[in-house]
Design a protein around this ligand. Structure first.
Ligand code: NAP
Length: 309
């Protein structure tokens, strides 16, 4: 049981998720994260991963002991400050892997086979005038995964039946049967398709830069299902405009929901509006895991998914 008036919900949740929250308990709403904190003895905050939780807001509420974010990425939280105050944080790992991996596979096939462009071609009536462009076969290629974590490993398993070689990079090798490269440039050089599935943090900020894109090369594709901050977008735009890489599929951007308009003018990109976890089943599961964490906190039980801090 979550005590009445104890949880502050910061920011909006989509209707489906809000209904799921309200089915389990009633938070106090603080829809504008930048507005002054309301009065109250709140012990926990509930927030979505696409809402940045301002440190200044948490500072105004000395009674806060726990923050539950709904999403696996926790780059929206002021982690250093939470640690300083001894405030626990939880996220929602695992329950969104299927949805994110299904989107990732769809983006890969859509990009290599130019599926959105071919649909526009048929709908425009151009088919009767000229044949459609040739595309790229996946089989026989090497697929690189940057970040062999929960999503990276689920993605690799889904890729195996596509007759590809799989390789990956990250801070340390994992117990997986794929080729490991410590250096991202080496992985890029050896990949025909490069997926980004690592967290957003100070180490990964702009990690995919001009050097990495040049190593990837003119016949290779980049697919970002991680976070916009991982990619130097100016370098990516240059690489796409000058055909330094073959194309990119991007679910995440630096300035969401207003991505750099230069991306919208390119014909070698497939763009989606940060929908990795956006299925009904997944959003319900994420919301329930976030609320499970809140319930465990108030019951003084171990937290189901605490963020390491
Ligand atoms: P995870 O289990 O923590 O996996 C992340 C992996 O990235 C770990 O294996 C980690 O290595 C590795 N990593 C850390 N720093 C790295 C670096 N500098 N270079 C390469 N790899 C690095 O997290 P997850 O559940 O798979 O989620 C991954 C990310 O996907 C999330 O952080 C989130 O930002 C993003 N995501 C996006 C969407 C979407 O809607 N598009 C949805 C869900 C998640 P170690 O294990 O050695 O630390």
């Amino acid at each position: 049981m979550i005590p009445v008036n104890s949880v502050l919900q910061v920011g909006h949740f989509p209707e489906l998720m809000q209904a799921e929250i309200n089915r389990r308990f009633t938070p106090i709403y603080h829809l504008d994260p930048h507005a002054p904190a309301p009065a109250g003895q709140f012990e926990a905050i509930l927030v979505r991963s696409n809402t940045k939780l301002p440190e200044a807001l948490v500072k105004q509420i000395p009674s806060i002991l726990m923050v539950a974010t709904c999403g696996v990425g926790y780059d929206n939280l002021p982690l250093a400050y939470l640690k300083e105050r001894g405030i626990k944080a939880t996220n929602t790992p695992g329950v969104l892997n299927d949805a994110v991996c299904e989107l990732a596979i769809g983006m890969m096939l859509g990009l290599l086979r130019r599926i959105p462009e071919s649909e526009a071609f048929v709908k425009s009536g151009a088919w009767s005038k000229t044949p459609f462009k040739l595309a790229t076969t996946l089989a026989g290629k090497t697929v690189g995964i940057v970040g062999m974590g929960r999503i990276g490993q689920d993605l690799a398993k889904r890729l195996e039946p596509f007759k590809v070689e799989i390789a990956y990079s990250g801070p340390s090798p994992k117990q997986v049967p794929y080729t490991y490269y410590r250096d991202l440039k080496d992985l890029a050089r050896n990949s025909n398709v490069l997926f980004l599935a690592c967290p957003a943090n100070s180490d990964t900020d702009n990690m995919v830069n001009a050097e990495v894109l040049n190593a990837l090369g003119p016949s290779a594709f980049l697919i970002n299902i991680a976070r916009g901050s991982v990619v130097d977008e100016e370098a990516l735009l240059y690489a796409l405009q000058h055909k330094k890489i073959a194309g990119a599929a991007l679910d995440v951007f630096k300035n969401e929901p207003n991505p750099n308009p230069a991306f919208l003018r390119l014909d070698n990109v497939l763009l989606t509006p940060h929908i990795g976890s956006a299925t009904t089943e997944t959003r319900i599961a994420m919301t329930n895991l976030a609320v499970d964490n809140l319930e465990a906190f108030f019951a003084q039980q171990p937290l189901p998914s605490e963020v390491p801090n």
